[in-house]
Every structure is written in C-alpha cells, then in structure tokens.
Design a protein around this ligand. Structure first.
Ligand code: BTN
Length: 278
C-alpha cells in the first residue's frame, strides 16, 4: 500500500511518539505488544537488551526521540538530531537456531524497505549486510544483537535507525555517505506514519519467520538488494576482498565471486561498491 499524499506531511509540531498514537488504527499481532517511548535515552538497543533479560513479550518495542549514545555496527556511533529520526529497537524471541540469526535482520530490512516505499515515492535498496540505501546513500542502519541459549536464539534485539527529517549534508561526520527521507522525497515525512507502516510490515513478516521459517525471505532479499550482480569490495578484519556479489545464502551470508571465479562465503564485513585496483 502506498500512502504518498498530503496526509503524510507531518505538522511542524508533530507530537512526540506515544504508545497510544502509535497503535491508533493499527492492530499488530506481535510487534508492539509492549511499547516503551523515551524523549531521551542513551541507546534503545541497550534498553531493549535490559528488557529482554526481564522476559518482556516477543515484539516489545523501545523508541527514543533522541539518543545520547546511539550505537552502530562495529562500535561506531549513530547520530541524529532530536525528534528527526526513527530510533527504535525490538526485543524478539524467534524460535530459530543461532546460525539463522541473520534471517531476523533480513526480515527487518525487507520491512524497512516496504515501510519507506509506502511513504515516499522512492525505491530503497538493501546493501548487505544491514543498510538501507536511497540514491546511493545510506538512509537506515540496522544493528542486531543476539543472545544464545545453547544452539538456539534466546533473544534478538534489532535496532533500527532511519534518517527521516534532517539534512545529513549539514553533519560533517556523515554528510558524504548519508541521506534522509526528507532529502530524498523533497518534503518532511511523518515519523508516526512511517513507524506505523514499519510495525505493520514487521508484524506480517516476523510472523512468517516465526511460524514457518519464511522460506521466501531469501528471494525477497535478493529482489531488494542493491549490490547483487555488481562489483563490490568487502572489508573485514583488516582484509579486503573484491569481486562480484553473486548471491546470498538462506542465513544471509554473501556469496562473492573473485576474479579467478572462486566463490567465497562472507559471514560479515563492510561492503563498498566497486573493485579495489589490483
Ligand atoms: C549501523 O548502520 O551501524 C547500525 C545503526 C543502528 C542504529 C540504531 S538507532 C536505534 C538503535 N539504538 C542504537 O543504539 N542503535 C540502533
């Protein structure tokens, strides 16, 4: 469903996100069964992990208008001016083995793409392993942190940061690599509407993952990928490997074909488009 019209433009004083406003008019089965909203938090992922240890229900959602210590992958910082982004974390209890933890992030990434496409006339792409891109720049990052119970997932905390109504071009730390929905759509976007669309898609997709492992997920991921079939360089542990991004495994690993035609299964790393000069 697409809802790009005047109704998506937030009033300049769009109220702070609240559980009542978020659940108004939607009825998710799992996502948002408990919602914790903060005007300021250190990191919604940290709070969600604390809640996960207290056995909160599957689908518990933590949201902040501003984070003082927002965290990205690889110990990076995640920065966003107050009230301009969607900063949220989910506590999930997927009945999956640990090796399938990547499927939780894949599910979240597909849901983010769908929510963005519902709100803005743009085509988001997934840059493996967990970034969402618009027009060659990052608009969303996903940080997933799992705890194990033997060889199964005890809980997964999935943190999602979407740049909505600020101009990353004005922030020197991220100006070269980041964009926002406002920048891409040319108008402000309602964070509330975006969050509701995200909850609706996450709810539908997560229920499929939980109920039957979601076999079609890898195909959906391929369809949304912005690197498949393209020359890329993957950096990880101070090693860089260039090649063509050929495919993804069911658990979300990247299959990279090097210049000699050999296929490498890459478990994690940072992807940049293009091949390193040899
Ligand atoms: C990345 O691209 O490196 C992942 C960024 C994830 C940022 C989100 S914002 C909400 C949640 N809380 C955090 O501290 N981090 C995630």
């Amino acid at each position: 469903m697409q809802v790009h019209d005047a109704a998506t433009v937030p009033p300049p004083d769009e109220p702070l996100l609240s559980p009542e406003a978020i659940l108004n008019g939607i009825a998710p089965a799992v996502i948002g069964r408990q919602i914790h909203c903060f005007t300021e938090a250190d990191s919604t992922n940290r709070i969600a992990k604390e809640l996960a240890l207290k056995s909160v229900p599957d689908g518990t959602l933590v949201i902040a208008d501003y984070q003082t210590a927002g965290r990205g992958r690889l110990d990076r910082r995640w920065i966003a001016p107050a009230g301009t982004s969607l900063l949220c974390s989910l506590v999930l209890h997927p009945p999956l083995e640990l090796h399938a933890a990547g499927r939780v992030v894949m599910t979240a990434a597909v849901a983010v793409c769908r929510a963005i496409a519902d709100i803005c006339p743009v085509e988001p792409g997934i840059k493996w392993p967990n970034d969402i891109y618009l027009n060659g720049k990052k608009v969303c990052g996903i940080l997933s942190e799992c705890a194990a119970d033997g060889d199964r997932i005890a809980y997964a905390v999935v943190g999602i940061g979407i740049n909505v109504n600020f101009d990353p071009g004005q922030m020197f730390e991220i100006s070269a690599v980041a964009t926002s929905l406002r920048a891409a759509c040319g108008r402000p976007v309602s964070r509330l509407l975006l969050l509701q669309r995200l909850i609706i898609h996450l709810d539908a997709l997560y229920c499929r993952l939980r109920d039957d492992g979601f076999p079609e997920l890898t195909d959906l991921w391929r369809q949304s990928s912005c690197i498949l079939g393209r020359p890329v360089t993957v950096t990880g542990d101070a090693v860089a490997l260039s090649g063509i991004a050929r495919d993804f495994t069911a658990d979300g690993h990247l299959l990279l074909e090097d210049a000699a035609g050999e296929l490498h299964t890459i478990l994690c790393g940072d992807v940049s488009l293009g091949i390193l000069p040899s």
